[in-house]
Every structure is written in structure tokens, then in C-alpha cells.
Ligand binder design. Structure first.
Ligand code: NG1
Ligand code: MG
Length: 490
């Protein structure tokens, strides 16, 4: 897209959508927040920012833990976002990074001539490491065209941290967008999404590309069906008229980068793919790491794939010895070739359960999209009920087969069930948020009231003190699909 005179966007040629420069309108909702951030920028650096970047968090409606296996997902961008106020520092190569929440997130300076991401051995990365990932992503993608141009940046984020709403990717993607703009690179949304997905791996998680894709491709009013194979593609999906989606944060935080749980699931999926590829007699079974590639190579549909898993992965648990025997590798080879730094310690592998979740969940995503399309076309009167059922099945599968729920999340789900509301854990899990689908705005109000009464009012006192004064509005809220990344000039 490109900006026309009044700041709205138009599509530029052969499907390439670029992030437009828009003029910031004083009457826009975000104006106040940008003013506050710009004032902070000026106090820090003694000048005004040159441009503003906004990148949203997301809520995934369905399709959990499938993106890194190549399967599609169905998220929407939320209004909670990361904002950056940015100015070039052309006279030198210094990066100066300041966070509006100074007490919590200490400022960080570095020389971009010698950019390095140093991760602590334990305890999870520092906030600015996510930012550095984004800079490094653009540096690598530009190769010899990269110039170490200094940047002064003030950051303000209100995406809840470690809650499954993708605060980390919003930060990485915002750094990618700001750096690309400073470097004078053309801002193609899909390319930026791919660079952002690739470079978030420098933080140490082997994530898929969902969060970064929706951060760029999100559009107000619709969710997106995001496909990764054979290439990144986003198709707007109209959610059923009248339905209202609610996000509720369990407040059990899960910093993925500080634990190995997420990477363990990725490793189990990759091992299960190799196991099945070998059984299918594929010569290149070792390189077969995503279920979707195996599905394609063997021309399988969802049902055939499920049968393959059930017939060939019959145990509920596999040991290292089982895997080595099946794949014909030594334990040392298993560690060096197939396990990664923070999964090298694994002793048990639940290949059957993980594979079944991924294949069944990918089927649910396809069904969910189809039903939304039928409903939008006026067909399938029972459709809305079926959507709710798919969300419930998704959650059950994440709890039972993928084992990524949390007791606090389960309490939220139990209250949702009592209220007759379909809900599921959203994002990586092990805590974080649930997403629920209510039949109307009024039903959503009632549901939120029930959650406040039965869950939030029962929180331990330190959490109550923090969230009660705002009537829990930051932790439980109805949400509408918002726009993806934006770049504003003052
Ligand atoms: P969250 O919930 O934002 O940590 C993670 C991954 C996604 C996806 C989901 C599970 C990152 C950056 N994001 O999201 O790619 O795999 O878990 O569906 O790791
Ligand atoms: Mg994340």
C-alpha cells in the first residue's frame, strides 16, 4: 500500500502491500498515547521524534501450536500495541533505547557497528533483546547494504507480558519496521512479517510465524486465516455477525523464552515427523521436519494422516532409546542433530499425542474458516454452535494431548463452561489468556461480570490491589479485530 494525499492507503501493483506512511490525525484514538510518548522522547533526547511505529498484539481464535508445523492459523490483531517514537542519529552509530516504564525496563545503549545479542543462561532475555532481534533481522536481510545508522527510540507497550497475546513479537516486529524505515528499505508487509518471524528465533524459541504475520497483515473488522505453506498468505475472514470475542488473562505468566516447554513441543513434532517419514520410506526422512511437508510428499488428507499417526505411533511415551532405535541413530547423534540447546536434556517424548493434536487442530482451523464463510453467506444456521464446539475441542486437545494448560487457565475455562460460553487457551499456553466467544455484546457483558465475580475478585491480595482499581479492565475485555502495523509521521 502507499499513502495518498489524505493518508489513507491504496494497493500497489502485483499483490505487494507496503506499510504506508500516514499522517497522525489529532482526532484518532491513539493520538493521546502518541503525544505522551513523544513528550517522553523529547525529555530523553531533547528533540522531536521523526516517525511513530505501532505494532499490535494478537489473539489467536483457533489454530494453536500448529504454525511451526506449517499449518494455518486464525488470529486477529488486538488494540493493545507497542508504540515506538523514532529519530535517526545520522552522526553516529549509537542505538539509544528508552522505555516509558523506566523503572521496570531500564534504558539500553549499544553501538550498531558491533551489534550482539547476549542471552542470559537463565531467567529469560532482557526486554531490549527482543528489540535487538529485530534490528539484526534487517541487518541480515540487507546484507552489504546495511548501514549502522544510529537510532533514538522511545518505547511504550501495553500488550500484557507473557500472556499469550504476543507481546514479544509485537516488540520484535516494531524493531524490524523502525529499522527498515531508517535504512530506507521498501516496506512490503509480507516480507517484513517473514523477516520478523525469522529473527525472533535469535531469542532462542523455535517459533512459527503466526504472531509476526498477523502483526503486519491484520485489518480492522476481520480475523485472518494465515497460511504459511507454500508461502505466507493472509485471507480476511469475517467473524459471525453479532458474536463478541472476550479475552481473559489468568495472570499466570509464562515467559516462553525462559523455559524449555515450547521448544520441547517443537522438537517432539519434528521427531514425530521424521519417525513417520521414515516409516513411509521417504529417502530424505531426516530433513522432513514439518508435518505439512510430509502430508504433501505423501499426498495425504487429514484423515489419512491421523490414521498414519495412530498406526505408527502406538506408545504413549517414547524414551531416547526408542527414538534412537527407530531412527537408527546414536544417542549422541540424537542430541547433536535433532535436539537443540535447551531440549538436549529431554528423556521422554510424547510423539503420538503431539502429532494427533497438530493434525486434528489443523482440521479444526479449516472447518472454522469454512463455517465463518458459510455464515457470512447466509447459510448453515447451526454454524455458530459448531464454531463454539471447535473452540472447546481445541482447548481440550491443548490440555490433554499438548499439556500446555495451567490450573488457573482451567479455572477460567470451568467458569466459562458454567456460563455456557465456549472458550480456549490462546497463544502458547502454560498460563496466559483464554479467548471466549459470546453470542452478543450483552452476553459478553454478563460473562465478563461472572468472570470478575468468580475469578478476579478471588485473586490473591497483591494481584487484587493491582487490578481492582481499574475494575479489571486490562485483564478481561471484549476485543474487536484491529489493523496491523502502522507508520505515522507527525
Ligand atoms: P505466544 O503465545 O505469543 O507466545 C507462541 C508462538 C506462536 C505460536 C503459539 C502457539 C512465538 C513468538 N510465538 O505464541 O508462533 O506457535 O505460541 O500457537 O514464539
Ligand atoms: Mg510471544
Amino acid at each position: 500500500m502507499t499513502a495518498n494525499g489524505n493518508g489513507t492507503a491504496q494497493v500497489l501493483g502485483a499483490g505487494i502491500e507496503i506499510v504506508a506512511q500516514q499522517k497522525l490525525q489529532p482526532e484518532s484514538k491513539i493520538y493521546e498515547r502518541v503525544q505522551q510518548l513523544s513528550a517522553f522522547f523529547k525529555r530523553q533526547f531533547g528533540a522531536d521524534p521523526e516517525f511513530i511505529v505501532r505494532v499490535p498484539g494478537r489473539v489467536n481464535i483457533i489454530g494453536e501450536h500448529v504454525d511451526y508445523c506449517g499449518y494455518s492459523v486464525l488470529p486477529m490483531a488486538v488494540s493493545q500495541s507497542i508504540f515506538l517514537a523514532v529519530a535517526k542519529n545520522p552522526s553516529d552509530s549509537q542505538l539509544q533505547l528508552r522505555n516509558l516504564e523506566e523503572a521496570k525496563f531500564t534504558g539500553y545503549d549499544a553501538d550498531l557497528k558491533t551489534l550482539r545479542i547476549e542471552l542470559p543462561k537463565s531467567g529469560g532475555p532482557a526486554w531490549y533483546n527482543y528489540f535487538l532481534c529485530g534490528i539484526k533481522g534487517i541487518q541480515e536481510s540487507l546484507g552489504s547494504q546495511w548501514k549502522p545508522i544510529g537510532m533514538r527510540i522511545a518505547v511504550d507497550g501495553n500488550v500484557p507480558l507473557a500472556a499469550g497475546l504476543s507481546s514479544s513479537s509485537a516488540m520484535v516486529s516494531s524493531a524490524v519496521l523502525a529499522t527498515a524505515h531508517v535504512q530506507g528499505k521498501k516496506l512490503d508487509r509480507r516480507e517484513l512479517a517473514s523477516i520478523s518471524a525469522m529473527c525472533e528465533q535469535y531469542i532462542g524459541t523455535h517459533s512459527g510465524g503466526m504472531d509476526q504475520a498477523i502483526a503486519y497483515l491484520g485489518r480492522v473488522g476481520c480475523a485472518h486465516h494465515i497460511e504459511f505453506h507454500p508461502k505466507l498468505k493472509g485471507t480476511p475472514v469475517t467473524l459471525p455477525a453479532g458474536k463478541c470475542f472476550v479475552v481473559a488473562n489468568s495472570l499466570a505468566q509464562k515467559n516462553k523464552a525462559a523455559s524449555s516447554d515450547y521448544n520441547e513441543r517443537v522438537v517432539e513434532c519434528r521427531l514425530a515427523t521424521r519417525w513417520l517419514a521414515k516409516r513411509k520410506g521417504l529417502i530424505n526422512w531426516e530433513d522432513s521436519v514439518r508435518f505439512i511437508d510430509l502430508e504433501e510428499a505423501c499426498h495425504m488428507d487429514n484423515a489419512t494422516f491421523e490414521k498414519l499417526i495412530k498406526d505408527n505411533l502406538t506408545q504413549s511415551n517414547y524414551t531416547r532409546a526408542d527414538i534412537c532405535k527407530e531412527l537408527g541413530v546414536t544417542e549422541q547423534e540424537l542430541e547433536t542433530k535433532f535436539l537443540s540447546a535447551n531440549t538436549r536434556h529431554m528423556e521422554q517424548f510424547k510423539l503420538r499425542q503431539r502429532a494427533l493434536h497438530v493434525i486434528q487442530e489443523s482440521g479444526r482451523v479449516a472447518k472454522f474458516r469454512r463455517i465463518c464463510e458459510e455464515l457470512a453467506g447466509g447459510a448453515n444456521k447451526e454454524g455458530a454452535k459448531q464454531l463454539g464446539e471447535l473452540m472447546r475441542q481445541s482447548h481440550e486437545s491443548l490440555r490433554e494431548l499438548y499439556e500446555c494448560s495451567h490450573p488457573d487457565v482451567e479455572r477460567l475455562i470451568a467458569i466459562s463452561n458454567q456460563q455456557n460460553v465456549s472458550a480456549r487457551v490462546t497463544g502458547a499456553g502454560w498460563g496466559g489468556c483464554i479467548v471466549a466467544m459470546c453470542d452478543s455484546v450483552e452476553a459478553a457483558d454478563e460473562y465478563i461480570t461472572a468472570l470478575k465475580r468468580d475469578y478476579y475478585a478471588q485473586l490473591p491480595s497483591h494481584l487484587l490491589e493491582r487490578h481492582q482499581p481499574n475494575n479489571f479492565s486490562e485483564v478481561v475485555f471484549a476485543t474487536l479485530p484491529g489493523n496491523g502495523a502502522e507508520l505515522y509521521i507527525q
